[in-house]
Design a protein around this ligand. Structure first.
Ligand code: ADP
Ligand code: MG
Length: 667
């Protein structure tokens, strides 16, 4: 009984139309998604010339029946969808029935497949969309698809391909990230003679992150754990139109929906110049989604500088009905049914974990080199970024470097013997050191059984740094200030090492959170001015002032128009000295004019609080006595985010006991 059928027109017409084969990586994506949909546990991907000459994907999935193997090359032929209703809850990665015919029309394709229930397999050869032959052959169950000479019959397309390394980088990045989404499966990627990735099944995402990126990456990441949130749906309604009917709930549908977020995000000190290190999966599908990207940025608001981005590996799981994947032909965009709920779930989960774990930045140049692996993704993303630069080159004239060093990428960044894919051998027991009355064991605290890492024997064990709990800024409250450097940075000793705290940004964080709390409670401390401060505004400032006057009032600024383009300030938040008042107000107007145009009131409020905090905070080059330093550290410890100042700069650096001992060759 055939599994594949050609969709009727009325269903096919509802599918987002468009081309899917843009470059070699899009072929790999479609084929890999097919293999995943076929329930495969093991994927072997081989490429040559960045995928232009050859892409081969072999899987151990359920294969195709003989008749299906031929039918699969028809447009809109699929086993994953039957009628329009199925489009509302797509559980598979594919559903359009267009990938195989599209790929086969621009390449020489060989399909070798055998379904477990048949005793022999089928080999189908297609070139430029023409079926050349189909044979019955002896094969093991599973499917292997070989795509040669991509775009051989579309020279215009071929011209627009980037250098082989760039195309390879895209493929490597894609396979790497799919391997992260499926820690329980085997992925191998080879380019000519080099094996770029080989990961065997592991039990947790954490272990897969370790396999792929190395322990250095884990140290810079915060594990989100499992964040779950339920959405309670209102009672079902009768929908008046078809548009709403698409989203209508059947009377027997459950009245709650569960959203689950897992993954890793970087500590605030890891800052990227673009979004290339953000990978978001929704129900196992790698997507680019503005809503979720925004939620991620919002989670880092006031934790990292404006216009910088974190590393993130996010997996959102929800009911299939909650997300429409039929938005774009390449299936990389989605539309959520309850957008703002999803946005807030993601933002709050990430922010909550960042605040809870209070990750402490280490000194940038730790004296002992860490065995940490270089992250291959940074290499990939560098290559991908270089694409823009490569745009300037004539596509028909590849840069000389390419022909001189064709294996540069594979021999360095992606060399399988390079540390990123090699785990360190197991270490002996850690020494114990006695510090007066407190014996500190440097060995890892035993993790709860569920969080314990397991690794296959063939890969040795994790370096202990991967299992070490990361330093947390919760330690701040136990610190003993020793003094200041340059009257600007507080030096403090703690059980877990030496700390340096930037006194200005620390105070800024304390004041920022206090102002926001007071604002929320409606009790900002205000001081009346003896003489109103009169400010002359430009026409633009006048417009911005009118727009934000109410918010200024609720932040403690009592202002009123005073003649032509002039305002009088009668009272202001008590934290700001009279000398700074004018600067704060002009700064706020500038913010309102520039980056904050059109953004939320909440952002404006935070920007005003940040400006007040910055002006009111103690400055650098200011001597502090012991009690002031103690107060500052205690207050900082009790803030929500002692990691970074409201502008995203780090507040405290830690030189851990471990690093100190290593530097003195005591371990
Ligand atoms: P879609 O994935 O949208 O259904 P494709 O053109 O990618 O469309 O694939 C067509 C059909 O071929 C799939 O529905 C599936 O039944 C079958 N198929 C493709 N690749 C595989 C594979 N690796 N293993 C088993 N079946 C496959
Ligand atoms: Mg498909």
């Amino acid at each position: 009984m055939a599994r594949i059928h050609v969709l009727p027109d009325h269903v096919a017409n509802k599918i987002a139309a468009g081309e899917v084969v843009e470059r070699p990586a899009s072929v790999v994506k479609e084929l890999l998604e097919n293999s995943l949909d076929a329930g495969a546990k093991s994927f072997r991907i081989e490429v040559e010339s960045g995928g232009r000459r050859l892409i081969r994907i072999a899987d151990d999935g359920y294969g195709m029946l003989r008749d299906d193997a031929m039918l699969a090359f028809e447009r809109h032929a699929t086993s994953k969808l039957r009628d329009v209703k199925d489009l509302l809850s797509i559980a598979t990665l594919g559903f359009r029935g267009e990938a195989l015919p599209s790929i086969a029309s621009v390449s020489r394709l060989l399909l070798e497949t055998r379904a477990a229930e048949e005793t022999t397999g089928t080999r189908v050869e297609v070139a430029g969309g023409k079926m050349l032959r189909s044979d019955e052959v002896a094969l093991a169950p599973g499917t292997t698809i070989t795509v040669r000479d991509l775009f051989f019959n579309v020279p215009a397309r071929k011209k627009f391909l980037r250098s082989e390394q760039t195309e390879l980088a895209h493929i490597a990045s894609l396979v790497t990230h799919y391997s992260l989404a499926h820690p329980d499966k085997t992925f191998r990627l080879a380019s000519e003679a080099s094996e770029l990735l080989h990961v065997t099944p592991v039990a947790t995402l954490r272990e897969r992150v370790f396999q792929v990126f190395g322990s250095g990456a884990l140290e810079e990441l915060v594990d989100l754990g499992v964040c779950e949130k339920q959405l309670f749906l209102p009672p079902p309604q009768v929908a008046p139109s078809e548009a709403i009917a698409e989203f209508r709930r059947e009377p027997d549908e459950p009245s709650t929906r569960l959203f689950r977020l897992t993954g890793f995000v970087s500590r605030p000190q890891v800052q990227k110049a673009n979004r290339n290190s953000i990978f978001i999966f929704v129900n196992g599908r790698l997507i680019r989604d503005r809503l979720l990207l925004h939620a991620l940025s919002a989670a880092y608001h006031n934790l990292i500088p404006h216009a910088s981005f974190p590393f993130a590996l996010l997996f959102l799981e929800c009911d299939y009905e909650e997300v429409d994947v039929n938005v774009h032909p390449s299936k990389t965009e989605v539309r959520f049914r309850h957008q703002s709920f999803v946005h807030d779930v993601v933002r709050d989960a990430i922010r909550g974990r960042l605040i809870e774990s209070r990750p402490a930045p280490a000194f940038p140049n730790a004296p002992a080199p860490r065995p940490a692996a270089r992250m291959p993704y940074s290499e990939f993303s560098q290559m991908i970024e270089n694409e823009a630069a490569a745009d300037a080159e004539l596509p028909s004239a590849p840069p000389p470097a390419e022909s001189e060093a064709p294996n540069e990428l594979t021999s360095t960044a992606l060399d399988p013997t390079a540390p990123e894919f090699n785990l360190r051998p197991a270490r002996g027991p850690e020494p114990r050191f006695d510090f007066g009355d407190t014996a500190i064991s440097l060995a890892t605290q035993p993790a709860p059984a569920s969080a314990r890492l397991r690794v296959p024997d063939t890969h040795g064990s994790f370096p202990e740094s991967a299992t070490e709990p990361s330093s947390s800024l919760s330690a701040l409250s136990d610190l003993r200030p020793l003094g200041q450097i340059h009257d600007s940075f507080i030096i403090a000793a703690g059980r877990d090492g030496l700390w340096i705290i930037d006194q200005h940004v620390a105070h800024e964080r304390i004041l920022f959170e206090r102002v926001l709390k007071q604002r929320a409670a409606g009790n900002i401390e205000v001081q009346r001015l003896l003489m109103p401060l009169v400010l002359q505004l430009t026409p633009q400032q006048q417009i911005d002032y009118a727009r934000i006057a109410d918010e200024l009032a609720s932040m403690g600024f009592e202002t009123e128009p005073f003649g032509n383009r002039t305002i009088a300030v009668k009272a202001a938040p008590a934290a700001i000295g009279p000398a700074d008042l004018e600067k704060v107000l002009f700064e706020v107007l500038e913010i309102a004019e520039g980056e904050l145009r059109g953004v939320s009131l909440d952002d404006l409020r935070r920007a005003i609080a940040a400006s007040i905090a910055c002006r009111a905070a103690i400055k650098i080059n200011m001597r502090l006595d012991q009690s002031k330093m103690e107060w500052l550290l205690r207050s900082l410890a009790s803030t929500d985010c002692p990691m970074s100042c409201p502008h995203g700069r780090p507040i405290a650096l830690q030189y851990s006991m471990r690093e100190i001992l290593k530097a003195f060759h005591r371990i």
